[in-house]
Design a protein around this ligand. Structure first.
Ligand code: HEC
Ligand code: HEC
Length: 175
């Protein structure tokens, strides 16, 4: 029974991964220079795959995230027990009804909250060092830049057609 649950989760993750790969690779498949719209859609895809499960698809926070799961999965603490570590060794993962703690994921849409990070550089470095919480640093630098641009869009601080470059991070104030 537990193994069945584990493989269901695994298949769901695989299906999500396939969707994201198709989304990222499909548009043209060329190495054309990224337009600003491309950063917006890359950032949205990375967010949907790596962040939305905890922070909600629209960044409204944990309640929005939970509502997107099937009803029989919505009691997250059944497996993601709060006393568990935020990151778990691979040997423990999926072997039992045991998974890393989800913590208390806050909403990300509040520009005033984000202002605590000072600049887009502060936000970028925080996210790169700590998120996704169960696998910090697991994305590459460009993906962290793209997803940071998505966070600014969620909070209404960057328009879709605007891009955020690595050179702009430090100068982009969040207030
Ligand atoms: C496993 C659940 C989980 C995932 C997945 C996750 N986060 Fe988080 N996030 C949290 C929790 C919990 C916090 C609160 C701080 C802490 O406990 O580390 C947080 C805090 C944050 C904050 C600080 C917000 C604030 O105002 O304090 C940002 C920004 C953030 N996450 C962005 C992201 C991004 C971007 C991703 C995807 C790359 C992501 N998170 C994936 C759980 C998660
Ligand atoms: C039946 C047990 C179970 C339930 C219920 C469950 N999870 Fe999970 N979850 C797992 C397992 C096992 C993994 C895989 C762990 C790994 O590979 O690191 C996982 C992986 C994840 C991941 C990381 C992989 C990914 O796809 O992003 C997140 C985030 C997550 N769960 C969030 C949630 C949330 C939010 C809920 C409640 C709405 C929830 N889970 C309910 C067992 C469960």
């Amino acid at each position: 029974m537990r193994e069945v649950v584990g493989s269901t989760v695994f298949l769901t993750v695989l299906a999500l991964l396939a969707t994201v790969v198709v989304t990222i690779v499909a548009p043209g498949g060329s190495a054309a220079p990224a337009s600003d719209d491309a950063q917006a859609s890359r950032g949205a895809a990375i967010y949907a795959f790596s962040c939305a499960a905890c922070h909600g698809g629209g960044g409204q926070g944990f309640a929005e995230a939970v509502a997107a799961f099937p009803p029989d999965y919505q009691q997250c603490t059944r497996c993601h027990q709060p006393q568990n570590a935020a990151q778990m060794p691979g040997s423990q993962v999926g072997l039992s009804v045991m998974a890393f703690s989800l913590g208390d994921p806050p909403p990300l849409t509040d520009a005033e909250r984000l202002a605590r990070f000072g600049t887009a550089a502060g936000l970028y470095h925080y996210v790169r060092a700590t998120m996704p919480r169960w696998a910090p640093g697991s994305l590459d630098d460009e993906a962290y830049l793209d997803v940071t641009s998505h966070l600014l869009r969620l909070a209404g601080l960057l328009a879709d057609e605007e891009a955020l470059s690595a050179a702009q991070l430090a100068g982009q104030r969040l207030e």
